[in-house]
Ligand binder design. Structure first.
Ligand code: URA
Ligand code: SF4
Length: 217
């Protein structure tokens, strides 16, 4: 199926603050994902946040609520943040792709991983919001967010929990202004893991690295 993907850039207001970005993103038609989804799910959190958490895309619950990480993965994320000593209320929480991509089935809407083309189409929003927030550390939750911020060669399994300075940032240095970038697994992967206690502990250890980076400046 040929799809029209102009990308989000033409919807992004120049020099906008978070509220302007959020309002403008409601009308984004930068790729075909806006069609079947309920609404744009932009972000939560303050422009003063020191930590930004970047997920993949809204899930079913988030698509209905219009808020990121409110479903089962969000519940697990909250528990992991607590255990790592990070207060979700002080984090900026967003996704690499702002619309829910799914396959409809008679029973439910099945999550479909966004393609590289969707990441690219939605990238102007991520770039604009991270420019406004300019967090000290950006944590990619899962392989899709890591792909958006580190590029295609990054491997979460091998490189999770490691702090990367600005100079290592690919594919788009403009995506993050300053500070650190790191990746860990997606909270959904913890929910699916055979040994979910061990997977949870490993996620907490990675998030604790982020918390420690803030402390050590
Ligand atoms: N998974 C994500 O990556 N983001 C959300 O907002 C919810 C689930
Ligand atoms: Fe725009 Fe991103 Fe939604 Fe595509 S997924 S329509 S680029 S906000």
């Amino acid at each position: 199926m040929a799809v029209d993907r102009p990308g989000a850039q033409q919807w992004v207001p120049a020099g906008g603050g978070l509220e302007q970005l959020r309002t403008a993103a409601d009308g984004c038609q930068g790729c075909e994902l806006h069609g079947p989804a309920t609404q744009t799910v932009f972000s939560t959190g303050s422009p003063l946040a020191r930590v930004a958490l970047v997920g993949e895309q809204p899930g079913d619950a988030e698509d209905r609520a219009g808020v990121p990480f409110v479903g089962p993965a969000g519940g697990l994320l909250n528990r992991a943040l607590d255990a790592a000593g990070l207060d979700r209320g002080t984090c900026y929480v967003t996704n690499a792709v702002k619309h829910f991509r799914f396959t409809p089935t008679p029973k439910r809407r099945l999550h479909q991983t966004p393609d590289l083309a969707h990441l690219q189409a939605c990238r102007p929003w991520l770039r604009a919001e991270l420019a406004v927030v300019d967090p000290e550390i950006v944590v990619c939750l899962g392989a899709t967010a890591a792909r958006a911020l580190f590029g295609p060669t990054f491997r979460v399994t091998r490189q999770r929990g490691q702090l990367y300075p600005r100079s290592a940032r690919r594919p788009d240095p403009a995506l993050v202004q300053s500070g650190w970038l790191m990746a860990t697994v997606h909270p959904s992967a913890v929910l699916r893991a055979t040994d979910s206690d061990a997977a949870f502990d490993a996620l907490v250890r990675d998030l604790a690295v982020a918390a420690q980076a803030l402390v050590s400046g």
